[in-house]
Design a protein around this ligand. Structure first.
Ligand code: NDP
Length: 401
């Protein structure tokens, strides 16, 4: 029986709130807070049980502390934007509350994300006797847990890891992003990077791409090598892994629109003056693009996110593929959200459950792969994200090099 404060009433916040509300045995009292209370009330009206709602500007530490002292939660689930990670962690320290998020901190003025800013809170959380769990969405999150699970049960040693994220859904729009457009476009237009023999190898943005045959009828899709944040913690926690890469699928249509937007300067994050008013082009673009939270109604198709690990067990080589397939329309039926928000929100709720039921405990700042993956993997099957594991005779050709 615990009280939880969810901050951020966007696409992911909607799913987290729905899923926490479905588990009253763990989340006995819920408060959803966001910059606009109306966003929270809108989500609250969809639920079968009452929750509290509140307005908070999470960039403002004092405001968040006041809310924490008033509601007195056992845990904060931060599903606002990566910019709010540090102020919310500061507020948790001041009010003595545990913390969980799904994306690592990013400064507003530079398209760059790194764990160093949040890992620097290690001593402060440890000394306060609190726990901060970082990156508990799908990727990062479940992909880290799949890796920890594979290592625990199937390998003495993992040599290579390929994380593969496919959204084979169609939302019927010319151009839209599956989660916050500003964060998504900053991520996709950045240089690629992968981990090899103890160092990062940099590539141009989306420079390396391969065609991968996705399972269970999804079929062939073009996937692009990108940098993704889970590789930073996985390379630290599994230093044996010689090469680690992250791949994401994009449609030709998405990439063509993105290229044009980039070419005309609409993805820039430095300010420009328009009619005497200073604007940041990417933030203006976000305003005119479809809200990802509104895409659920029209999105059809499935997502398939997983890992392919290659290594050794008992002196024999093994290749193991663990993945989840999630159907956009089923997610919408259950939570009024499409599968990208769903696959992020469900793991955030499960991570919170692990912390609040004492299955994952500790003092300090942690990434999810540092805990026992088994209870989390069980809950994935129970809470809407069942997974499949298959042993392959060899690494699939597109990632065999
Ligand atoms: P949205 O833009 O849909 O939602 C973010 C919400 O945060 C908005 O509704 C907004 O509230 C609220 N918000 C913004 N600024 C503040 C603030 N200063 N104080 C309080 N609330 C604020 O984004 P998503 O739901 O798509 O993404 C949420 C998070 O999940 C992001 O950090 C994203 O990077 C992460 N993510 C992680 C993934 C993973 O697999 N690990 C995958 C996808 C997303 P309001 O409506 O009230 O203005």
């Amino acid at each position: 029986m615990s009280k939880v404060l969810i901050i951020g009433a966007g696409g992911v916040g909607r799913v987290v709130t729905h899923k926490c509300a479905q588990a009253p045995e763990v989340f006995s009292e819920i408060c959803l807070a966001s910059r606009r209370k109306s966003s929270c009330d809108n989500i609250a009206s969809e639920l079968k049980r009452p929750i509290h709602t509140a307005e908070v500007d999470a960039d403002n530490v004092a405001e968040t502390v006041a809310l924490l002292k008033d509601f007195q939660p056992d845990l904060v689930i931060n599903v606002a934007l990566p910019y709010q990670d540090l102020p919310i962690m500061d507020a948790c320290l001041e009010a003595g509350v545990d913390y969980l998020d799904t994306a690592n901190y990013e400064p507003r003025d530079e398209a760059k994300f790194e764990y160093k800013w949040q890992w620097a809170y290690q001593d402060r959380f440890r000394e306060a006797g609190l726990i901060a769990l970082l990156g508990c969405g799908f990727d990062p999150g479940v992909t880290n847990i799949f890796t920890a699970y594979a290592r625990k049960h199937h390998f003495d040693r993992i040599d290579t890891l390929d994380i593969i994220d496919c959204n084979a859904g169609d939302h019927g729009q010319h151009f839209a992003t599956n989660f916050n457009p500003e964060i998504n476009i900053r991520e996709v237009t950045a240089n690629g990077r992968y981990w090899e023999n103890g160092r990062w190898v940099e590539t141009g943005p989306l420079e390396i791409h391969r065609t991968f045959e996705f399972p269970e009828g999804i079929g062939p899709r073009e996937m692009y090598l990108m940098y993704h944040e889970e590789m930073e913690s996985l390379s630290r926690n599994f230093p044996e892994i010689k090469r680690m890469r992250f791949w994401m699928t994009f449609s030709e249509q998405y990439l063509t629109h993105l290229r044009v937007l980039q070419n005309v300067g609409m993805t820039r994050i430095d300010p420009g003056v328009h009619n005497g008013v200073e604007i940041i082009p990417l933030q203006f673009l976000k305003t005119v693009l479809p809200d990802p939270g509104s895409l659920g109604k029209t999105t059809k198709g499935r997502t398939c996110i997983g890992i392919i690990a290659d290594g050794e067990k008992g002196g024999e080589r093994r290749v193991c593929y663990i993945y989840n397939i999630c159907d956009h329309e089923k997610c919408y039926e259950e939570t009024n959200s499409q599968a990208v928000s769903y696959t992020t929100g469900v793991p955030a709720m499960i991570g919170a459950m692990m912390m609040l039921t004492g299955k994952w405990r500790g003092k300090g700042v942690f990434n999810v792969e540092e805990f026992d993956p088994d209870p989390f993997m069980d809950e994935l099957n129970r809470r809407g994200l069942p997974w499949t594991e298959v042993f392959l005779p060899e690494k699939p050709a597109p990632i065999a090099d």
